[in-house]
Design a protein around this ligand. Sequence first.
Ligand SMILES: Cc1cc2nc3c(=O)[nH]c(=O)nc-3n(C[C@H](O)[C@H](O)[C@H](O)COP(=O)(O)OP(=O)(O)OC[C@H]3O[C@@H](n4cnc5c(N)ncnc54)[C@H](O)[C@@H]3O)c2cc1C
Length: 416
Amino acid sequence: MRMNVKPIPTISGRINEIRGLTAEIVNKEILPNENMLWAWHADRRVTDAELEQSRHLREEIKAKVKQVGLWAPHLPVEYGGAGLDFLEHAYMNEVLAYAVGAASLFGVVAPNSGNQTILLKYGTEDQKKEWLQPLIDGKMESGFSMTEPDQPGSDPRSLKTTARRDGDEWVINGHKWFTSNGKRADFFIVMCRTEDPDGPADRNGKMTQIIVPKDTPGVNVIRGVPVWGRDSDHCEIIYDNVRVPVTNQLGQTGTGHQAAQDRLGAGRVFHCMNSIGQMWRAFDLMVERAMTREVHGGKLETKQFIQGFIADSYIDIQAARLMTIHTAEKMEGGGDPRTDISAIKIFVPAAYIRVVDRAIQVWGAAGVSGDLPLAGMYEGARTLRLADGPDEVHKILIAKNVLRRYHDGQGWDFGN
Ligand SMILES: Cc1cc2nc3c(=O)[nH]c(=O)nc-3n(C[C@H](O)[C@H](O)[C@H](O)COP(=O)(O)OP(=O)(O)OC[C@H]3O[C@@H](n4cnc5c(N)ncnc54)[C@H](O)[C@@H]3O)c2cc1C
């Protein structure tokens, strides 16, 4: 089924144009070719000719994306990107996410895209030349190495990996895991607690992000940690007396935590818009199946249980979408969006799980098979509840922000 994207009267002409162009490529080029595009994921043996055909098709679609000016929406024009502003990018994501893997055909591939954004904001001109440009050109791959097995990732200030200053070098020691893209990466951005006896004392012990090429002696990629029962590229890595020049540090010493927050803030809105696009797809699949599958003497669509699924999913998607757009507009308008970001970070993945769960139920065995994208969506949605700040941490933040207002003698203003 095609994604039904029509102009929205309340948003700008440019955003409608971006949504329309994205939908055109998703509907015409990607959806009809989903199996061929990702042929190597197939459960059957794939021939070399099929692999070549799929590579060729991906390149053709990328060329079309570039032609309409939508390549790399997160990057400025001078770096070969589409130069979209925050709202344009957010609205584009819900359309892009409808098709499996479409984002990569538009030049947005995590964690490279997040690392590109960090390098753009915090990188020196030399760092941009050495790491950012090859990343953009597809000549390098990267990973973001923050989470540690022995410390809670949901409390990043507790991280133990250290970087000690020795002359013109940082010497890094630590144990990380779930560094995505770890096997393919050429370099990692590593979150370290920095100690510099000659530097400002107040910055010692604070976090700094440091670029570490993977082939530096002492970088040991131990394994890809299996995820959802399968091999993965989310890697466990030991950094053992790894020496890199101090010029590999990103931004000022001690700014690593802020840089990580920068990466996550806008990213959470983008992730939620992605989830909404995927929910939209699951919803279309569910309704389509309900209209065609006959059980117990009637189509599924005539059964009230299934009508309940449709109605509840409609409500979940609308609520998730409006909350996310409200948050994006607040961010764009310069308001304080922190409470709203936490609220969508909790609500949207939970709504996504509910919607996909109902779609799987309606499809029966096919719903959990590899023939449909629903099983992969379910795993992805469940993972979102703990990655990038688990639900509990965001609930604590919401409650703190609300209570602070009431302690100040004000109520909460839901109109703003
Ligand atoms: C597929 C995948 C990809 C990932 N990619 C990367 C990556 O590229 N780079 C990277 O650095 N990391 C990555 N991560 C790691 C991810 O960011 C962390 O798993 C996440 O931050 C949670 O940290 P943790 O696993 O250490 O859980 P913990 O911090 O140990 O938390 C465990 C649970 O404790 C509970 N909890 C936590 N705090 C509180 C509280 N205050 N009150 C009550 N309950 C609480 C929550 O339920 C939480 O889920 C990835 C993870 C996954 C699953």
